[in-house]
Design a protein around this ligand. Structure first.
Ligand SMILES: NC(=O)c1ccc[n+]([C@@H]2O[C@H](COP(=O)([O-])OP(=O)(O)OC[C@H]3O[C@@H](n4cnc5c(N)ncnc54)[C@H](OP(=O)(O)O)[C@@H]3O)[C@@H](O)[C@H]2O)c1
Length: 274
């Protein structure tokens, strides 16, 4: 849902003080359109997350939606409108109750004018194959690996058209069904889905960063403090149980600030992975 809220540009300096009026969708889209695809993958991967000021990726209800406000909805909707595919982990799909993914109606004409397909695709990464029926019914692509126990059932349900099998190189698979996320990105690009909007969650995002597959991070800093043991935007290790997800990225990932927007008390940053 895109909501009417104006946004002020803080960075880059040449645009500082520019106000993106609440009905000026074109100016907002132009800020984020159209990053170059990376030759190695044929794709551009934009990770899109929200966090509280104390670093929580979920609000008190265990979902990210309670961190998001109108400013975040506006930018999130614009980023979806510019994408070919939403790439998301099955944990997020289950927790957040995903069905279909939508481009905000008021941005559909601007999306079409840029030559994007009418339909925004969704690709769900899973080892278990536990993807809600509502998501399968909506026509999602499922990304899994050949060791996944549910592979045959998924193939029967979806056919090859809606299934991507991305095995780790050399079949050094680790847990059954573990997806090679770099291979998944290449497979999406090979289907013409080159502008990849990665909505998390924290496990999938860390995996994508670990293999160098993320080109850009759009992170909203919500003016809230959550405290407790809330999940951070990146979580490594075995996804279940959550407390075991403690492995950090190997080495530090440096990022370069491209944009910083302000909507009320919310800061919306865009960084390029260096
Ligand atoms: N703040 C934000 O912007 C934001 C964004 C998204 C989500 N969230 C929150 O994050 C929480 C969910 O966290 P999460 O870390 O569990 O989310 P997640 O990364 O979406 O889901 C993890 C699951 O994704 C699948 N997966 C990830 N990497 C895989 C790989 N390499 N191979 C095979 N499967 C893979 C597995 O699914 P299976 O279990 O099916 O095998 C795994 O259990 C929710 O509370 C949600 O609200 C926050």
């Amino acid at each position: 849902m895109t909501q009417a809220v104006s946004l002020e540009v803080l960075v880059p300096g040449v645009l500082a003080g520019t106000v993106l009026a609440e009905d000026d969708d074109e100016a907002l889209l132009a800020l984020f359109d159209d990053p170059a695809v990376r030759p190695a993958t044929g794709a551009h991967v934009r990770a899109v997350m929200v966090a509280s000021l104390d670093g929580a990726a979920t609000g008190p209800d265990g979902r990210s939606g309670s961190l998001a406000d109108a400013a975040d909805h506006r930018v999130f909707g614009a980023l979806r409108a510019l994408a070919d595919v939403v790439l998301v982990g099955a944990g997020t799909v289950r927790t957040e109750g995903y069905g279909d993914v939508q481009v905000p109606p008021r941005l559909r004409a601007a999306r079409a004018a840029r030559g994007r397909a009418e339909r925004l695709e969704m690709a769900v990464v899973t080892a278990t194959g536990a993807v809600p029926e509502a998501v399968l019914d909506a026509g999602a692509i499922v990304v899994t690996a050949s060791g996944a126990p549910a592979l045959a059932a998924l193939r029967d349900r979806l056919g090859d058209d809606r299934l991507i099998v991305a095995d780790p190189p050399g079949r050094d698979a680790g847990p059954a069904g573990r997806v090679d996320v770099a291979g998944a990105v290449r497979a999406l690009a090979a289907r013409g889905l080159t502008r990849i909007h990665a909505e998390g969650g924290p496990h999938l995002l860390q995996e994508l960063l670990a293999v160098g597959a993320v080109d850009e991070l759009c992170l909203t800093l919500a003016p809230q403090l959550v405290g407790g043991l809330a999940r951070r935007p990146l979580v490594g290790g075995d996804p279940t149980p959550p407390g075991r997800g403690l492995a950090p990225l190997a080495g530090t990932t440096r990022l370069e600030l491209l944009h910083l927007l302000r909507g009320g008390d919310t800061l919306l940053g865009r960084w390029r992975v260096a």
